[in-house]
Design a protein around this ligand. Sequence first.
Ligand code: F6P
Length: 364
Amino acid sequence: MGKSRIRRIGILTGGGDCPGLNAVIRGVTKPAQDYGMSVYGILDGFEGLVEGRAIELTNNDVSGILARGGTILGSSNKGDPFHWPIERGDKTEIVNKAEEAIKNYQTWNLDALIAIGGDGTMHICNKLVQMGLNIIGVPKTIDNDLDATDITFGHDSAVYVVMMALDRLHTTASSHHRVIVCEVMGRYAGWIALNGGIAGGADIILIPEIPFSWQKVYDKIHKRQLMGKKFSLVCAAEGAKAEGGEMVVKEKDIKRTDPIQLGGIGAVVAKNIEKNTGRETRVTVLGHLQRGGSPTPFDRILATKFGAFAIELASLGKFGRMVALKGNEIKSVKIEDAIGKQKLVQPDNQAVFAAKSIGISFGV
Ligand code: F6P
């Protein structure tokens, strides 16, 4: 690694947190000195860039953070400089603060910015790149819904939480001869429910990409009953919807980068199952348990590789790019090509095939 003409880089974590963010921050900061660079950690995502809040990060500051969940820098999904909410009385006004963000970047003498985030963060990065900032994106999200990378770090850790939860729900559902519905995150993609459901031995998996028939869900529970299996586990993605139905929205908040907050399908599914099958049914919503805690080995390794690759790109002056996992290799793609393309579960996906082969129902 040679000394670079890039001297000072900023780093921030934007959007919802996930396990592995600290491993990226460490993967960027530890090698920085060898490149002849210093690192400036911007606090609370783009909020800190707009408001001018940052701290110097040294090798010592990132020691011992590999196993720590969350982000030592803080994050926010309300700090979009191009969509900045201001409270005026009981009204919320949306203004553009991009110039402030650019001014702070210049005041701090940054040569480049490494932004770790999901699709919302990459959209912001793309606009800032067009305004002249040197940015490298690092994709993260438990949802695994970014098309430009095969896998995002954070996903494996979330799937692990779902698996552990289903293992535990299994024993109590079985003891009480109950149906238990476990609602998991994932936004508009079913990856967490699909992978977590397979890993945790769910009997029914409901995902947004495969709208389900209520009758088929009830039929599966009856069928298991006839086979002498007195309990059933349903793993429902928060974005799952019935055929001809809508996703269940918990709240809308215009201050967020994505104003829609999903949630509540688990309770709806549980209520209908109990009413229509006569089986006692309970619901567990895993919520933010899936985002917290220590990253799995897979996520620690992927996040470290992403961080190390991102600073290498910065040293070479390759800006406007996002690091990505392609097969077994870390590569980079143009941020403008990476944004707005959701990776959804295709019905012919091999995991869907495997799940169906072993008798898991998707309610179709
Ligand atoms: O994108 C990650 C995610 O955890 C989604 O799975 C979920 O829909 C959303 O964020 C929840 O966001 P918040 O933490 O703002 O409620």
